[in-house]
Design a protein around this ligand. Sequence first.
Ligand SMILES: Nc1nc2c(ncn2[C@@H]2O[C@H](COP(=O)(O)OP(=O)(O)O)[C@@H](O)[C@H]2O)c(=O)[nH]1
Ligand SMILES: [Mg+2]
Length: 1006
Amino acid sequence: MRTLDENREEEEEQRRRSERLKAARLWRDAALRSRKLRGGLRQLTLCSKNEQLVLPEDISEVEALNLGNNSLQELPEELAASLGKLRVLELRRNRFTAAPRALLQLDQLLELDMSHNCLRTLAEGVGRLTALRKLCVSHNRIQALPPQIGSLQNLEELDVSFNLLLGLPRTFCGLGRLRALDADHNKLNHFPPEILALGQLEELDLSGNRFGALPANICRLSSIKVLWLSSLQVSALPDGLCRLQQLESLMLDGNRLSALPPSFGLLQRLKMVNLSSNRLQDFPPALLSITGLEELYLSRNALSHVPEELGRLRKLVNLWLDHNRIRRLPDSMVELQNLEELVLQGNQIAVLPDHFGKLSKVNIWKVKDNPLIQPPYEVCMKGIPHIALYQQELAQAQPAVKPRLKLVLMGRKDAGKTRLRRSLMGTGEEETGSRGVELVHWEADAHRQLTFMVFDLSGDPSFDPVQPFFLSPGALYILVVNLKSYQPKTFHDHVGRFLRLLCAKVPHAVVFVVGTHADLCGEAELEEKMLDIHLQIGLQEAADVQDLRRRAEEVELALEQGFSVRSSSPHVLFYGVSDRNLRRRWAQLDFLLKRRLQVLSPVLSVSCSRSQRNMGRLREKLLAVAEHRHIFPNLQRVLPRSWQLLEELLLQSSELWLSWWSSARLGLQAGLTEDRLHAALSYLHESGKLLYFEDSPALKEHVFHNLPRLLSILNVLFQRERAALLDRLLGEGERGDKGRASLLMEDEKGAVLTVTHLQQHLEAFLQHGLLPAHVLRLLLRPLVQTQPDLQLIMELLQKMGLCYRVSQPPDGAAAWFRFPSFVRSEEPQEGSPAPPASPLFSMEQLHVQYSFPALFPPGLLARFSVQIDGHVVQRADSRSQIFAYRGKVPVVVSHQPARAGQEAETLSIISHASLPNIWTAWQAVTPLLEELDALLHEWPGLMYSVHILCSKCLRRGAASPHVFPGELLTQPRPDGLTEIVCPKNGSERVDVALVYPPTPTASSPK
Ligand SMILES: Nc1nc2c(ncn2[C@@H]2O[C@H](COP(=O)(O)OP(=O)(O)O)[C@@H](O)[C@H]2O)c(=O)[nH]1
Ligand SMILES: [Mg+2]
């Protein structure tokens, strides 16, 4: 059997192979092109020394001369005389501000490249170079071409892209032999009519100019094969365009098209058309008749339907339909058997057509961000072969026998969750009170055999690091509010923050809001509070959406401005951020905007006291929602038999948790090969049977299948009540003794543990989160019987990121553990290593700040504190700060709660070093940044941003230092940039090494 890794390697190898092939093809084309042009020419490449050009003796024989990349501003005047045979001259990437005079005498020249210089005009003398066939002056600052350009009668290729041209001279019509014209990214404010006279033109690029209309007589370009009209403001195509009989490639992305002309289908030679980022709501029917089409790009439109006739486009190789609103794919899609790239990301697709396995040539497959059910998301993400296998297996499956839904009760402590659960289930009026997280099966509908797996969360903040583990996609949530204690001004605490928490952890989750204690409220009070909750939920949502929109618009604007504007001045928003990073950010914001919570209305008020007001209604509503096909499709799903078998096998296993390998063995018994196991486990996770965190690098190797046992352990450790903890430590039998300092028991080394000892330990636990292993063992009785049991449990807790083993324990010998979420003290414990003294004046500070405007994920700091332990030494932990060292370099992690209710809550990672050694500070913070990014990956719906604080402002002690965008962390340092002006104090310059890391950090998952 193959292991998963082998499969991955093979996939990786295939990908590399195909990339090599592609690259090889590109090289071959490029090489062929240059051979064609330069075949047999005698070539010479020269570099200048100190900006002085030294010419060799025999230069008169040279036919192709490359002087590129030399910072030249002039050419020696006498050069022309000695270059009688020159045919090709490359002057790209120099500093010419005008065409050198020597050049204008080279009237035998066939090719001239002056791109990437500082030309403001093209000298009139250019008209003398009448032999020129190819001229490139792209990436200069030319505002107008001289009329003399019309004399270049032999010109075949002209590249004037990336200049400042406003129009073309009339004489341009004279370039009768012109075959290729690149005039993209200029400032042309209309389609230059002069181009229409160029009857030989085959390739034309006018992208990125400023006009919005195409001329009706564009059909005069009768030879045109390749036409690039991207990023203009075109809102309709003239019919004339459809008569360009030779057209093969058409780029129209980034325009404002909402439809194509009906005659578009006349373009029968078209092989590639790009209509991405337009405003198409309907799939243009005309495309369906162009049966020779090989590449079709329709990304980022507003398509909701793809017609069945798509199957006619049998030659399609690339089909991109991502970021539309497509709900269903046509069954005929599986007939497109030449497809190699199929991109469907960011749509509303729930079901894939059968026989997907036919699309076996697809090697680029993107389907993320779709509400896929059949095959399930987990299967779809793995690629077409897995989909094919699943579909085959399903053909032989039996219907799911027992529909089961995970139901999660959340809300503040004492909201009434536990009592509500009991009332719903009709179990007796037992004592409630805090027991931590509880899990019960509730057979809600015996007739349908519908079972809820009810997770009754503890509202106590001490469970903050633990609770997010139980929030998973595919569950139904009830947010419980105590209506008696609710006040409009406490909305955030009772309701608002829970909704934000849920949205950040499980975007698009379905949630009911239920008010309890109705029996204790008057009718008027009740009505008023319910209405208030309803209104404030709406207000909070509107404010959050508005904030996201504003951020998305900022990104859009920055993208529109272009990278060159963004990198021109640090005053600009998103200074220096690459288009790629901005697009990634935009996609994340777009995802957040699309995946809002689904809050079911109305808010229901119930009473769990004897009157049981509305309890029946709530029960009915829960069942109705669970039955809703669109909301909980999992319940309707037909499950492969192997998945059911796996569940039964897992339940029989008595281990505390299973490694991936043990699960894989059970999977095989159930008939599931390892590659299909992920999907089955994800399903079991979502339906509440176990915990399996496929996306977490730290946890994905484990399956927590024994939930009752896991919960009872967590429930002991995460309550923070002194009395209850002491009770457990002293054990059932000794309860009566606890007042006396009596002999109690011996620890493993035979040392005597007295009640006083235990009380001291408990104090250290509650203040500093510290406990030695043998006391933990006492605490966990009777869940832990043996030493190996304890070891397993501590391993489990460390894996979950809930505690770490202290490397320099207080008493030197025994194993000690720290639970960071329990650290209450603002000061590190006595005896901890001293924090680094405040930085010397010669030190520079690196300060990376994560800010969380709406929600700081509960428990994040505690989990992060554990996660960084492997990277640091000599740490000193306090409630909101960790001082430590990476090697000899100090690092500080610092959590700042929101101030004045206005600013965002922040988490900072800080280090110091002198400027020449600043790379050591980068080395110190980088692994911590990566750990934090990995943790934040567990919060797919979370809004946060990252900044690099200006080290000059920090040194000045500025109250609000300037911040550089965190995206720069993932970008290479720009060539040639050494200093950046700090906008907060125009005269100060920050060394680039204080903003960009020496090498880009692994880019964050968002
Ligand atoms: N009168 C009344 N008491 C309630 C109601 N719901 C819960 N309680 C009481 O409120 C207290 C806290 O309830 P509990 O279910 O433990 O809250 P939890 O922390 O959210 O689980 C308990 O004393 C319950 O008996 C209700 O609807 N009416
Ligand atoms: Mg409770």
